[in-house]
Design a protein around this ligand. Sequence first.
Ligand SMILES: Cc1cc2nc3c(=O)[nH]c(=O)nc-3n(C[C@H](O)[C@H](O)[C@H](O)COP(=O)(O)O)c2cc1C
Length: 310
Amino acid sequence: MNSSITDFDPKAFRRALGNFATGVTVITATAPDTSRAGVTANSFNSVSLDPPLILWSITKNSGSYPVFEKASHFAVNILAADQIDISNHFARPSEDKFNGINFSLGLGDAAILPDTSACFQCERHQILDGGDHWILVGKVVSFDDTGRAPLVYHGGAYSALIPHAGSKPKNTAASDAAQSKNDQRLADSLYYQMLQAVKRYQADYQPLQLATGLRTIEARMLLTLNDFGSISADELEDRIAMPDNDLNAAAETLCRKGWLVREGNDLSITTTGVKQAEILWQIANDRQNEVFGQFSEEEIETFRKVLSAV
Ligand SMILES: Cc1cc2nc3c(=O)[nH]c(=O)nc-3n(C[C@H](O)[C@H](O)[C@H](O)COP(=O)(O)O)c2cc1C
């Protein structure tokens, strides 16, 4: 879809921006009056190495902004892949977001969360006007780096990383012996083979699914509702790992198409939604048959056994 005018639909704009995969952070601060704030944010980015500067942006109507405005420091907690609950928790406005949360105190008493991938403790350097957001620039004064696998956010849903395989350079100076040693090691590594197989499978499957006009996450919503019939938005959020804002936006799209109906917090699939879900299952089954049709029942059974044991 090509949108070149400037008065474009904000929802479509937000959706298009969601193609840019980011990490997920919880940014925390404590004001001089000891009021504490923590906000889930994916707008974090690096700015400068010397001096060491980073930035993020916060919506101007955030209830947490007054704390960041007054605080001398803030801490950027980069969430790890198993911290979806923390991300969802700090994305919801609440009187006391820190109730029941484990944390220690960093510079300026900003909350440091345990078990993250990394944490940057910053002095507040600058606050810039950025349309409907404030852009906060921080000067990093201290950081921790555990290197835990990060939580990823893409297309309005949480994801996890699969490392890219790389490719063989065309003009390689490597000797044949080194090349075949490397090829053999990769061929022997079952972990590497599994990752490559998933990526190849996905690369051919995704365009088929997109051709139905649905994003992966919308398709997953529909397929889940097809099995449960009716489910609360909160339960669906947990089942398909989506923040509630994005889930509500996707539910709205599916309701507009007439595939879901929403009553309060409950989502139910419609008869036309069931038909669409069947089309999605058909696409998934066709792809599976195309890839696995070449194997015997016994081979598939062994494959299932190995997969579930792994
Ligand atoms: C993955 C994700 C990323 C988010 N990124 C931002 C962001 O960069 N800036 C922002 O202002 N809000 C962002 N939000 C929404 C805020 O977390 C949410 O509006 C806020 O925590 C609400 O509480 P508050 O009133 O204390 O601000 C994000 C939410 C999620 C789930």
